[in-house]
Design a protein around this ligand. Structure first.
Ligand code: PMP
Length: 289
């Protein structure tokens, strides 16, 4: 079956999908994106992703390429044409094509591309093995709260992690505190059994998975707090994990050369993995694909 991508109004074979060389996303990383998980043909937290997209666009003053309703229809159509039931949808909106000039063009239509691919949800009973993370300096710009396609520091960090045999790199701010991973949010469980993730202070992307897990922690009566935590605190934590659309809830069992507690996925992490699995399986909200 031919993979189909959506490119500026057209559904085209994936291998032929292309944008103009003067697309501002290509030249300036002047664009934003979202990655949304689909479980059994339904978008998981689709409304949350579109709300964050709206925020990212507004922060960068990029116009919607079409109405929200029309966008949702294209999302459904891309999924339908690719017959993806379990997978991810990638969507990217840039400020469009214009002669290269740093300031915004007077007139340009926002450019929209979408792709989708299969990705099976790994059930927590299978996925509880856990991964290693390394710690690196956070060298990103000061607006990582915007989900922009400007991801070079994230790319370098993830590459460094892979070269070190780790899954992810946790980025550290000037005060020695963890901001987040290159593609996931960072969490620990303290010795007192409190679930901790950094507060939304402009230094992190407010992950949709992060928000879902916070809500699950709240509704299940777990003790949690949103605050910064140091690398030192993370290394002596009882448990650690990462959250993100493509990694779900992932136990972190080693930070640099230090095992987290006994080096196995902890009980609260496993609980949250199970709650999140249940959440994925009963997604509230949009998606008629
Ligand atoms: N932080 C960063 C830097 C990311 O790229 C991602 C993945 N988009 C996340 C956190 C997790 O966000 P979400 O749960 O919305 O996928």
């Amino acid at each position: 079956m031919t993979r189909i991508a959506y490119v500026n109004g057209r559904y085209v074979p994936h291998r032929e999908a292309a944008v103009h060389i003067e697309d501002r996303g290509y030249q300036f990383s002047d664009g934003v994106y979202e990655v949304i998980y689909l479980h059994h043909g339904r978008f998981v937290d689709g409304e949350g992703h579109l709300a964050r997209l709206a925020r990212s666009l507004a922060e960068l003053k990029i116009a919607w390429p079409m109405s929200r309703r029309a966008l949702a229809m294209v999302m459904d159509e891309v999924v339908r044409r690719n017959r993806v039931r379990d997978g991810i949808l990638y969507l990217q909106i840039t400020r469009g094509v214009a002669p290269r000039n740093h300031a915004f063009p007077k007139a340009s239509d926002s450019a929209l591309v979408m792709t989708t691919r299969h990705l099976k949800f790994v059930d927590p009973t299978v996925a509880s093995q856990g991964v290693s993370v390394i710690t690196i300096k956070d060298i990103r710009w000061k607006r990582p709260d915007i989900k922009s396609v400007s991801l070079l520091p994230n790319v370098l960090g993830k590459q460094q992690a892979e070269e070190a045999g780790a899954y992810e790199a946790w980025m550290i701010d000037d005060k020695g505190r963890v901001t987040e991973g290159t593609l996931s949010n960072a969490w620990i469980v303290t010795g007192k059994g409190e679930v901790v993730t950094r507060n939304v202070d402009g230094a992190i992307l407010n992950g949709i998975t992060r928000l879902a897990v916070l809500e699950l922690a709240r509704s299940e009566g777990l003790r949690f707090v949103e605050r910064p935590f140091s690398v030192k605190e993370a290394k002596s934590a009882r448990e650690a994990f990462a959250t993100g659309t493509s990694c779900f809830v992932k136990p972190v069992i080693r930070i640099d050369d230090k095992p987290v507690a006994d080096g196995r996925a902890g009980p609260l992490t496993r609980k949250l993995m199970q709650y999140y699995a249940d959440h994925i399986k009963q997604p509230a909200g949009m998606g008629a694909a």
